[in-house]
Ligand binder design. Sequence first.
Ligand SMILES: Nc1nc2c(ncn2[C@@H]2O[C@H](COP(=O)(O)OP(=O)(O)OP(=O)(O)O)[C@@H](O)[C@H]2O)c(=O)[nH]1
Ligand SMILES: [Mg+2]
Length: 299
Amino acid sequence: MGFFSRLVSGLKNTKKSFSEKFKYIFTGNEIDEDFFEELEYILISADIGAVTAEEILEELRDEIKARKIKKTEDSKEVLKDILKNILKETEVEEYSYPLAIMIVGVNGVGKTTTIGKIAQKFASMKKKVVIAGADTFRAAAGDQLKVWAERAKAKYVSGEQGADASAVVFDAISSAKAKDADVLLIDTAGRLHNKVNLMEELKKIGKVVSKEWPEAEYHKMIVIDGTTGQNSKEQVRLFDEAVGLSDLCVTKLDGTSKAGFVIELAKTYDIAMRYIGVGETADDLLDFDADEFVDAIFE
Ligand SMILES: Nc1nc2c(ncn2[C@@H]2O[C@H](COP(=O)(O)OP(=O)(O)OP(=O)(O)O)[C@@H](O)[C@H]2O)c(=O)[nH]1
Ligand SMILES: [Mg+2]
C-alpha cells in the first residue's frame, strides 16, 4: 500500500464523519448563515477547538467575500487551503546526524511502539541505531522494546528494573559513540511515583544527552494518543514546560473520528508535527505532511 492510501485508510473514521457531513453542506446552494453554523459544528465535532474553528471560519468568510464566491461547493477548496496553511506552519525540518531523540508522554500513548517503528524507518535508510530503554519503571517495557530493536537490527541498551534512567542513557551514548551510530532513540517511562519525579528524571536524561553527546542534534518528542483529544493539550503543555519539546507525534488516529485534533495542536503550539500513527505495524507510522493530511480527510 502506498503512503497516501495508507493515510486515507488510517484516517477512515475521521473521513467518514467529515465527508458524510460535507456532502450535505458543500452543494450547489447559496452560502448563507446556516452554512457557516453547520460548518462550525462539523469542525468542532472533529475536535478542532471552538476558538480555532471560529478563526478558521472568519478566514473563510473573508476569502469568500474577496473572491465573490456564491455557492457553498465553490468554497470547499478555500477551506482546504486554510487548513493546509495552518498545518504547514507545523511542518518539520529534515533531521541531521548524529541524532538523539528522547520520546516522552503519559502512559499508554504509544511511546515504545513508536520508537520501534522509528527504528525500522531509520534501519531502512541504512542508519545505525541504538535504543536506550530508559523506562526502568515498568518491567515489561524492556522485553517489548527488545523485540522491536531486534527487528530493526538496532543495538538495545537497558538497565535493571528500578535502575537510574539517566545511567542507562549514559551507557547508551557510550555505545552509540563506540559504534559510530547515527541515531539514538530514548524510551522513557510514562509514569513514576508522581509527576514531579517523572519530570525531574526527564530533565536529568536531557542533561546527560547535552553533556555527553553535544555533537548530536537533540530532539524531544512527545507522543500523544489521538483518541484522547482536547485533554492531551494539557499533556503537551506540562511536558513542554519541563523539557522544552521540539516534536509532536500523534498516534492511534486510526481509532478516532476526531483527527481534526491534529489541526488544533498545530494551531495551539509552536512544535513541529513529525509523525502520525495510523495503526500498530511498523508501516503505520507516517511522516506528517500537511497537504496529504488535508487531502486524505477530504478524499
Ligand atoms: N491502533 C493503534 N494502536 C497503536 C498505535 N500506536 C500504538 N498503539 C498501541 O497502543 C498500545 C500502547 O503502546 P505502548 O507503545 O506500549 O505505549 P507506551 O506509551 O510505551 O506505554 P507505557 O510504556 O506503559 O507508558 C499498544 O497496544 C500499541 O500497539 C497506533 O498508531 N494505532
Ligand atoms: Mg512504553
